[in-house]
Design a binder for this molecule. Structure first.
Ligand code: MG
Length: 349
């Protein structure tokens, strides 16, 4: 595919994107014949995906989706030179990540992701091939997590900016940041540190071995959608780790008005982060505490529900590790036995 966004023009781009979305939906149909039906409807497609769904997709002023019960809504920005660099991030991976970060927020709320709107600002000089690959990544993420792209918007911009809005089906029990009681255990899914290590390796131009693992983890995060759903019945609060574990723990402490004690040595460090930390001149535990864009879950779980939560996480094929607890005292986060500064990502720093 040759040419730029400026050459193609708006209506050609809309046709192209509509075709990519329809083709992506068809592939999903082939893979899930029993659960998923697609009916071509002019430029839009009607998709039935489990319960939802896109009754009418791109092509009208609004998409029409069917929702059941309570609907979760979330949105996140993915902006060139703020959240990614085209130099370091192949278009496919940028597309995957732009949707994945939203799926992660629905996972933190214990929900099932459903329908997305994708609003793009594109520079005129952007190759159409870049946009095609971006959409291929975004749609691959959609197929993996059951998200239908219901529509979006195009505008000219000075750099690539992607805003995704995503709906989700809420769990029976609402999951937020405000339910923690003293005595609850704090737990994390997966392991930490590789995303920040991968970003630093990209900055330094390193490759190979553990570097490749860390860079992959930074570029292609896998939101913990199944684990979020599996844990929802057992948690008192949950959040996804987009801006660093300690930072997110601070949001939970503030949201619930409790004191949280985090045990740094208990936080699982990703093997790639453990192997790269000495080469980077960093402390692996501090790296795990601060690393953003991990998209793991941090949950608070009443002790009586710990065993059931742990079994549920195992069924979702994700280890759950206890990393601290909630106690009485002023709201905030204390790191047990830790002396030094720990930060997180600040969007306006
Ligand atoms: Mg979040």
């Amino acid at each position: 595919m040759t040419g730029t966004v400026g050459h193609a023009g708006e209506s050609r781009l809309i046709d192209l994107i509509g075709g990519w979305i329809a083709a992506g939906a068809s592939r999903a149909t082939l893979r899930r014949v029993s659960a998923f039906r697609v009916r071509r409807n002019g430029r839009g497609a009607s998709e039935h995906h489990g319960g939802t769904v896109v009754l009418r997709g791109p092509g009208d002023d609004c998409a029409t989706v069917r929702t059941t019960g309570r609907t979760l809504l979330t949105t996140d920005a993915f902006i060139e030179d703020v959240h990614f660099r085209t130099r370091w991030t192949p278009a496919w991976m940028a597309g995957w990540k732009a949707l994945a970060v939203n799926v992660s927020d629905i996972a933190a709320a214990g929900g099932v992701p459903r329908a997305a709107l994708v609003s793009l600002e594109l520079p005129r000089a952007l190759p159409v091939a870049w946009l095609r690959d971006f959409y291929a990544g975004l749609l691959a993420c959609g197929r993996r997590f059951g998200v239908a792209v219901a529509g979006g918007n195009l505008a000219r911009g000075t750099r690539v900016a992607c805003h995704v809005a995503l709906t989700g089906e809420a769990p029976v029990r609402r999951v937020g940041r405000d339910g923690i009681r003293p005595g609850d255990l704090l737990a994390v899914s997966g392991s930490f540190g590789a995303s920040a290590a991968g970003l630093e390796c990209l900055r330094r131009g390193w490759h190979g071995g553990a570097v490749a693992d860390a860079i992959w983890r930074h570029r292609v995060p896998v939101p913990r959608s199944a684990a979020g759903r599996a844990l929802a019945p057992f948690v008192s609060a949950m959040i996804d780790v987009s801006d660093g574990l300690v930072h997110e723990a601070g949001l939970l402490a503030a949201g619930s008005g409790v004191a949280l004690v985090l045990v740094p040595g208990a936080v699982p460090v990703h093997p790639a982060a453990r192997s790269l930390a000495p080469r980077l001149g960093w402390d692996p535990v501090r790296l795990a505490l601060e690393s953003g864009e991990e998209y793991e879950l941090l949950a608070a779980i009443p002790r009586a529900r710990w065993a059931a939560a742990s079994r549920a996480a195992a069924r979702a094929l994700l280890p759950l590790t206890a990393v601290g607890e909630a106690g009485p005292g002023r709201p905030g986060v204390r790191l047990a036995g830790w002396h030094g500064q720990v930060g997180g990502f600040d969007h306006f720093a």
